[in-house]
Design a protein around this ligand. Structure first.
Ligand code: N2P
Length: 363
């Protein structure tokens, strides 16, 4: 009652604090397992801005929401090659860099690569990046391949007789035409960005041959699956596998998880913070993006996630074991072998999605 009266008086005087008029909030749509949960609580504590947080595990899911308009989200995290065509489709707001002073902390090497998708870095700021590689149960790998087992080899995934040896202990693969098909193309010595029917057809044939050994196509369950020992092999995203490794170690159940970036080259991806044009909380969206680029916050997320970030100033605050882990921050020789994907044109995307459905259903 006293509070209500006070608010009434303040409102009449025209000096009501913003929080009294309506609660400040930001709607954040992020990948699953992609933030240290304490970070959001800290943002709210400090700014008074509440975070409504939802997660997805596929660029297609995010894009469907963005393209239908009125997604309701203020900050989203598209991967570079989706961002590229979404920018062209006019979906995003140009960032107001005067509200993002922490951009001075960004890492030029990453910003430069991101500019391939977002020329001039006008619409997006890198959040995390990573690689697509092989996650595995170390003991199972030794049992199956012998004590000197090397898992940094695409033969494990793409030679039907090799992957078949892991079938019984459980194989998962990302449910993503954009991650799996390019890996198959690369393995075949073809351009991972191929758009022609013949090359994509060859990738499909290869996938169909290994498909009988895959228990499930899913893009987030493998984290817990690997950590618990329920599965033993995955074609997955680096940091999710690094989190599985950490969870397994913490659980002290004897499960040891490994992550390998295969020798034959792998995909390097960039996931980026952007604001949809129809966002209703634009000031709050900038505040959140700026907060995430504080060196200590970016470092905490990387320590928690095992994904490298695009924030150079954060590196001196990242745990040494993470910063020096070459499966998180790859060394130059490995980096040189990584490939990036570009936005597919509509025709190729449709073709890839059709192929993917065929692979998943096994027909
Ligand atoms: C986080 C997955 C992000 C990597 N779980 C895919 N862009």
């Amino acid at each position: 009652m006293r509070r209500a009266l006070l608010l009434l008086v303040l409102t009449l005087l025209g000096i009501a604090p913003a929080s009294a008029q309506s609660e400040r909030a930001v709607n954040f749509y992020n990948w699953s397992d992609y933030i240290d949960p304490e970070v959001l609580a800290e943002f709210t504590k400090e700014t008074g801005i509440k975070v409504r947080y939802d997660t997805f595990d596929s660029n297609d899911t995010l894009e469907t929401k963005l393209l239908t308009g009125k997604s309701g989200y203020d900050v989203v995290v598209p991967t570079g090659y989706f961002l590229e065509r979404q920018i062209k489709a006019g979906i995003f707001l140009k960032l107001d860099k005067s509200k993002l002073p922490n951009l001075v902390n960004m890492w030029d090497e990453v910003a430069k690569r991101l500019a391939v998708y977002d020329p001039g870095n006008q619409y997006a700021v890198n959040y995390m990046w990573g690689t697509v590689g092989i996650g595995y149960n170390m003991r199972k790998a030794r049992e199956i391949l012998g004590p000197d087992a090397r898992m940094d080899n695409w033969d494990i995934i793409f030679k039907p007789e090799q992957i078949a040896r892991f079938k019984d202990c459980g194989v998962h693969m990302l449910d993503s035409a954009d991650d799996a098909l390019p890996a198959a193309l690369n393995y075949l010595g073809l351009d991972p960005n191929a758009t022609n029917d013949a090359d994509l057809g060859k990738a499909a044939d290869l996938m169909l041959k290994v498909r009988p050994s895959v228990r499930k196509f899913h893009s987030s369950e493998y984290l817990n699956g690997l950590a618990s020992g329920e599965i033993c092999l995955v074609l997955g995203w680096s940091g999710d596998i690094k989190q599985a490794q950490k969870r397994a170690a913490e659980a002290k159940g004897g499960v040891e998880v490994g992550y390998a970036i295969p020798q034959g080259g792998a995909q390097m991806f960039f996931d980026n913070l952007a604001i949809p044009k129809d966002a209703r909380n634009v000031t709050e969206a900038h505040a959140l993006i700026n907060f995430l680029q504080r060196p200590e916050i970016a470092a905490r997320n990387t320590n928690f996630l095992g994904y490298p970030n695009g924030n150079l100033a954060s590196q001196k605050l990242i745990d040494k074991a993470v910063l020096e882990d070459r499966t998180v921050y790859p060394e130059p020789a490995t980096l040189a072998k990584l490939y990036i994907l570009r936005a597919r044109d509509q025709r190729t995307q449709r073709l890839a999605n059709r192929i993917w459905t065929r692979i998943k259903t096994g027909r």
